[in-house]
Design a protein around this ligand. Structure first.
Ligand code: ASP
Length: 330
């Protein structure tokens, strides 16, 4: 008993000044300064800053990484600016099907939901699956039932509606009709806005989470990389924690998040070397556009992307805040 309380105290004491850090993204894609109004840009930056600071303050208070990730992502899910929760893209049939996942780098436990339509916060459901179920991924109706049975808030699918995503669906459908190539030609610039967070908590654990509406005009129950552990999300205290955004099919096929961690672990690359290699060499060669946010257990952060822009923000172990959208400038 005594040794337990002494070691508990030692642990608490040690973690009091332990470093914390956080990085978040709000999606990558053809985000051009020329097509952005100053008001829109300011709104994106303000929301990113608010979310990253919220997550950081939770971490500073000693809140475990998985909770900081969920609380941070919930703010982004509630913002209509991003393709997750409210503001999620539309499926071909005019609905919203949401995916999310979370992974803890210390326990290697993970949870995910895919193709859910009525769960208010998909990232909260992913955490529920991780913490309360013996499974890693639940999908569709079953995931919704499990979330409801465990008291997570359910909403009507129309709660996720926004005008500008409806417009994006109309544009995507027009392009599909024009291409007359049928299904498979719908990939455009309308999907971007997936959200994610990676953190280092005071306990020394790194955690990653991702939440998305997927791809505009998706059909047939299409699931992207975001809820797939190893593709869109991965965390391992011995290497790094990664949340991805981009053309999901490529991120699944190239196992992007886990590949970055594996390169650190087995090739001895630094975080930025490993993330840069996968995003700027391997994905570019494959023509898979997008980017990642990544953190290692020392709190180093990398946020490479091969698209025109990626909504992103971070707070380093020194407390330095960055909020950025485009490639060349903050
Ligand atoms: N990766 C997401 C998906 O393919 C979309 C995105 O990040 O923009 O579902």
């Amino acid at each position: 008993m005594l040794s337990f309380s002494i070691s508990a105290f030692a642990h608490e004491h040690q973690s009091e000044n332990a470093p914390v850090a956080i990085a978040i993204h709000g999606g990558a894609g053809t985000i051009l300064k020329s097509s952005m109004t100053p008001e829109k840009e300011a709104a994106y930056k303000a929301t990113l800053e608010q979310a990253v600071k919220h997550g950081y303050s939770l971490l500073k208070q000693g809140v475990p990484g998985e909770q900081a990730v969920v609380e941070t992502i919930k703010l982004l899910e509630q913002s209509p600016l991003f393709n997750a929760g409210v503001g999620a893209v539309y499926t071909f049939d005019g609905k919203h099907e949401l995916d999310a996942s979370i992974m803890h780098g210390g326990t290697k436990n993970a949870g995910a939901v895919a193709g859910v339509t009525t769960i208010k916060s998909p990232i909260e459901a992913a955490l529920l699956v991780m913490e309360s179920s013996p499974h890693v991924m639940l999908s569709g109706k079953g995931a919704e039932q499990y979330a409801a049975e465990n008291g997570l808030e359910q909403v009507d699918n129309t709660m996720f509606d926004t005008e500008f995503r409806k417009h994006a669906l109309d544009k995507a459908k027009a392009r599909m009709a024009q291409a007359s190539a049928g299904y498979g030609s719908q990939q455009g610039n309308e999907r971007f806005g997936t959200v994610g967070a990676v953190v280092l908590d005071k306990q020394g654990n790194i955690v990653a989470g991702t939440s998305t509406g997927g791809m505009t005009a998706k059909r047939y129950g299409r699931i992207g990389d975001s809820p797939i552990i190893g593709a869109g999300t991965y965390a391992d205290n011995e290497s790094c924690a990664v949340s991805a955004t981009g053309h999901g099919e490529f991120f699944i096929r190239y196992h992007v998040a886990a590949d970055i961690c594996a390169r650190m672990k087995y090739q001895g690359l630094s975080l930025s070397e490993a993330a840069g290699k996968v995003v700027n060499d391997i994905l570019v060669e494959a023509k898979g556009d997008g980017g990642v946010i990544a953190i290692d257990s020392a709190g180093n952060i990398a946020m490479p992307f091969n698209s025109k822009g990626m909504y992103r923000a971070s707070i380093s172990t020194d407390g330095d805040v960055t909020v950025a959208i485009y490639k060349d400038a903050l």
